[in-house]
Design a protein around this ligand. Structure first.
Ligand code: NFS
Length: 658
């Protein structure tokens, strides 16, 4: 296996690019990461430095200690990540406002049930009011959550009572998204907050503003505007590109733009236009989290995850890569230049030299989307030689938290009871979320896939989001047949409910769905009274972005134990490393740990889950306890006892009895 990727399509493309087109994989090999910066031992907060706190140097010019420097760097990364997610949420709140006022061309409210649910969370009256009036109030209240100067974020009330109390006691409930981010920037300015623990507390408060406001509102408003996901089939990997159609790759994060392009791609006028240029149709595919947004709601196939973005263009088959914000490599412009691909930026917040800028404007959203699609079609005749790797894997996605409740009992009896019961009985050992990026410093998707495999083989139900979801999907882990690789207890539960053992719950902002799922498990009963009691773990094996740190931090501050791979970004300060792990565990019940060794990370995940089981007084996990149950065995037993069905049934009920 290549040390660059476990994805055969990526490896095939990398071989073709070798010596011809430079990629992130090449640059990662050429550039050694700065060891001082990697450990957060570098302080650049003022211009007396940068101060490198290494060797005998333990303080900067101003006297800042290693702990202060590491905590400030950590907090600033969390602020950056929270700002990115939350600004995305803010954009959607403005889009909802425009829709409610009839000012957003092409958009409409797709899920009124969700609008009512969100209105009720936000204490907005619905009785006897028009959908648009409710939507306008929801949007306005959502916008208040970003910028209000007084009060607290609305969704804090969606957390368990125990969690709300912890936040209140520690002063962690966010006031508003922007205020917490600004306060981090203030506190980490030269000469303000010098106390590592206090700085890290503000990092948690800011991250909670991301998780329970910015991201959660982004998810909710996306569902209101574009529909709440439910399971659907699709495919993944570079093989989803088509040789005889106009290929448009949607890359970035904002679903508002991509939704309109999905609509425009089926416009008869544009389909006819594509045909007039010799193409058989218009084919959409996604990269990064935009891919997950349009996959979850429309089944548009992802062409790949973060590290596949350059490789998609290198196929020579992409007429346009349309990008908005976040996780977009500047190098795309160079790769596009070497092919016919038009790299099109669409946000005033994200321009790239060498790209064409066609700004997306909600008031003329559909016209904008049509222009973008037309630009791609116009480029089809310029296509030269192509090479599309045949790799293409089937998948099932679309597991919103609403659907996960629904699948456990239907419309009227949907609940988390079956899941909780399965955990209590030990059929399911625990829950894990495998999330986050690719990182060019490690083999693409290697840690993600190994962790998912090991978890489900040991009866841990896994939810995935973001690039981790795409990585798992590329290896076929989101196919129902992957059930075969699950431990017998997990397999039986999945077969009974009719779901795969690895559930794709969405994009990176949809990690907020995981907060909701865990809160629902906690309030369902039997697994304690808060996220911190549940046998669950969050894992981000191949992180590279500040957003990942923000996510990890809001999960920890919500009571979850979180494990990151790659490298400890605060390794320069053992004190800060301790504060965010054992320190946070003691105060908020959750923690952040960094473990670059994948096997040790997996062992630690099981250790955390099993310790939570023990604390709840649940039976110790025993893989053989239900080892003889499950549909496959039932069929086998029935076959073996064809002439003695009664005996067969007895033996089956014996072994599956709890
Ligand atoms: Ni999230 Fe990482 Fe980016 Fe999505 Fe992928 S890199 S933190 S998973 S696309 S945001």
């Amino acid at each position: 296996m290549s040390d660059k990727s476990v994805d055969c399509a990526a490896n095939e493309m990398l071989e073709r690019c070798d010596g011809v087109i430079e990629t992130a994989f090449d640059r990662a090999a050429q550039i050694k990461p700065c060891p001082v910066g990697a450990d957060s031992s570098c302080c650049k907060m003022c211009f007396m430095g940068p101060c490198r706190l290494v060797g005998k140097t333990t303080r900067g010019v101003c006297g800042a200690t290693r702990a202060t420097v590491a905590a400030r760097n950590y907090a600033r990364a969390v602020a950056g990540g929270s700002a990115a997610h939350s600004d995305h949420g803010r954009g959607l709140a403005f889009a909802l406002l425009a829709v409610a006022r009839g000012e957003a061309q092409g958009f409409r409210i797709r899920d009124t049930q969700k609008l009512y649910a969100v209105a009720s969370y936000l204490n907005i009256a619905t009785e006897g009011r028009s959908v648009n009036a409710i939507a306008e109030d929801v949007a306005t209240k959502a916008l208040d959550n970003f910028g209000q100067q007084t009060g607290l974020i609305s969704y804090a009330s969606r957390a368990t009572p125990k969690r709300q109390q912890i936040w209140q006691d520690l002063g962690l409930t966010p006031r508003s998204v922007d205020r917490e981010i600004v306060e981090i920037m203030h506190r980490t300015h030269m000469g303000v907050d010098q106390d590592a623990e206090n700085i890290l507390k503000q990092a948690m408060r800011t991250a909670l503003g991301d998780g329970w406001a910015g991201s959660m509102l982004a998810t909710d408003i996306s569902d209101i505007l574009f529909g709440t996901p439910s399971p659907l089939q699709s495919a993944v990997n570079l093989g989803v590109l088509k040789d005889d159609e106009v290929n448009i790759v949607l890359h970035g994060h904002d679903p508002a733009l991509s939704e309109m392009i999905v609509a425009a791609s089926t416009d008869p006028e544009l389909l006819a236009y594509a045909e007039s240029k010799g193409a058989k149709g218009i084919n959409l595919a996604g990269i990064c989290c935009t891919a997950n947004e349009v996959l979850m709601r429309h089944g548009i196939p992802p062409a790949g995850n973060f590290l596949s973005q350059e490789l998609a263009i290198a196929t020579g088959a992409v007429e346009a890569m349309i990008v908005d914000v976040q996780c977009i490599m500047q190098a795309l412009a160079e790769v596009a230049k070497a092919h016919h691909t038009r790299l099109i930026t669409t946000s005033s917040k994200a321009m790239i030299e060498g790209a064409t800028h066609i700004e997306f404007d909600e008031q003329h959203a559909y016209d904008c989307a049509k222009n973008l699609v037309r630009a791609a079609i116009d480029n089809y005749p310029n296509r030269g030689q192509t090479h599309i790797p045949p790799a293409r894997e089937e998948l099932v996605a679309g597991f919103s938290h609403e659907y996960i409740g629904y699948m456990q009992g239907g419309l009227y009896r949907g609940s988390f009871r079956p899941l909780n019961d399965a955990v209590i009985a030990g059929r399911i050992r625990g829950l894990a979320a495998v999330v986050g990026c690719n990182n060019a410093r490690v083999t693409q998707d290697s840690a993600i896939t190994k962790i998912v495999r090991e978890l489900i083989a040991n009866d841990v139900l896994v939810v995935v989001t973001g690039c981790a979801a795409t990585g798992a999907a590329k290896e076929g882990y989101l196919r129902p047949e992957f059930m075969d690789k699950a431990g017998p207890g997990l397999r039986e539960v999945c077969e009974a409910i009719g779901v795969p053992p690895v559930l794709h719950v969405g994009s990176c902002v949809d990690n907020s769905r995981i907060l909701t799922i865990l809160t629902q498990c906690a309030t369902e009963g039997g697994l304690g009274e808060d996220i911190s009691d549940i046998p669950a773990v969050g894992i981000c094996p191949e992180y590279m972005s500040e957003k990942a740190l923000a996510i990890g931090t809001y999960c920890a501050a919500s009571g979850a134990h979180v494990l990151f791979g790659i490298h400890n970004p605060v390794a320069g300060s053992p004190e800060v490393t301790e504060l965010i792990s054992k320190g946070w565990e003691a105060t908020v019940g959750g923690s952040m740990e960094f473990e670059p060794d994948v096997d040790r990370l997996i062992a630690r995940a099981f250790e955390i889950i099993d310790a939570k089981r023990e604390a709840l007084g649940l039976a110790e996990y025993n893989p053989n306890r239900f080892g003889q149950s499950g549909d496959a065995l039932m069929e086998e037993a029935l076959r073996a006892t064809q002439n003695k069905p009664t005996l067969g049934f007895y033996s089956i009920s014996d072994v599956s009895a709890e």
